[in-house]
Write a protein that binds this ligand. Sequence first.
Ligand code: NAD
Ligand code: UD1
Length: 336
Amino acid sequence: MGKILITGGAGFIGSHACVEFLEAGFSIVVMDNLSNSKEESIRRIEKITGKTVDFYKADMRDEAAVRTIFEEQDIDAVVHFAGLKAVGESVAKPLEYYENNINGTFVLLKVMREFGCKTIVFSSSATVYGMNNPVPYVEDMPTSATNPYGYTKVMIEQILHDLCVADKDFHVVALRYFNPIGAHKSGLIGEDPNGIPNNLLPYIGQVAVGKLEQLAVFGDDYDTPDGTGVRDYIHVVDLAKGHVSAVNYAMEHEGFMPINLGTGNGISVLEMVHAYEKACGKPLNYRIADRRPGDIASSYANASRAKELLNWEAQETLETMCEDSWRFMQQNPNGL
Ligand code: NAD
Ligand code: UD1
């Protein structure tokens, strides 16, 4: 087993991935600047696994700091979660998003190359399928974006692809996540967004726990079975496990490979509301509101490449996603 550098490992998906890598027998080093997370999540990863984590509070744009990690640690592969991820904020602050996500990735890749570490798994997103592809999304469809956040994913995938063309020693997997939700079964780690959540599940969770008054369902006139938006929600622990499989695959395969991580099933907003009501045992206050600009009717994966190449498929159900999310909300009503 090797040593993995996990950038953004204190964040929502990264913290769950840390647990899965440790449990699979890897040793891990985490680099995070804590701009959207807390060091408490590192302690909780250690508590869940009973193992220690080498943590560097560092910014991936700081070349000297990244180099120090590679000097001090013998890194075999990088799993690259670090980045800013709020779509609306990216429209308001494009320079900050391009600078953080793209420049940060440049610094990381340059230092990796310098130290001869050429295996990386990158956090991409289903957002790269844009507005015009038919569902289910397949990896060889054309990519595009509608906002700066989405463009950072499209551009970083292009950069990684070009790097693999130029240097045959690079081994790259870009994992295109659909909608990660849920939390670790321990209830110790989960999604802890700053301020009012933009995404559906953390919003529902805060309504259920009494922190927010009412959910606005963004549109009930889409061309979907019940008129509300359909998404491919995936349990964050399933997603995290996909990264262990992806690192094992990447170590054996050169070149650039994009892979969807989704369940392949579409769930509507109202189905999700009702599943969460069942999990938390009470009705949720919601109203139908206008569509959110930029939203599409349906997004879900064709998940067959992950099954074929990674021997990975999602195991959890809508029910367990809601139960695990609710357990985390109850145990951590004010976050970590
Ligand atoms: P998150 O914000 O919880 O985690 C990202 C982590 O990166 C945070 O801990 C943050 O402090 C850190 N970070 C940001 N900029 C950094 C920098 N310059 N240097 C060091 N650390 C930095 O987000 P998440 O939901 O865990 O997402 C992880 C990755 O997955 C992101 O790249 C995100 O774009 C991508 N992704 C997320 C989703 C989702 O719905 N959560 C969907 C698709 C893709
Ligand atoms: C969001 C991001 C997208 C990212 C994806 C996966 C936006 C605009 N897009 O998309 O770039 O790749 O997450 O993380 O943020 N909804 C409500 N009420 C709410 C919140 C959401 O009805 O308060 C609906 C939405 O209209 C949508 C569904 O719930 O139909 C899911 O929304 P959300 O969780 O924000 O994810 P995405 O829209 O898929």
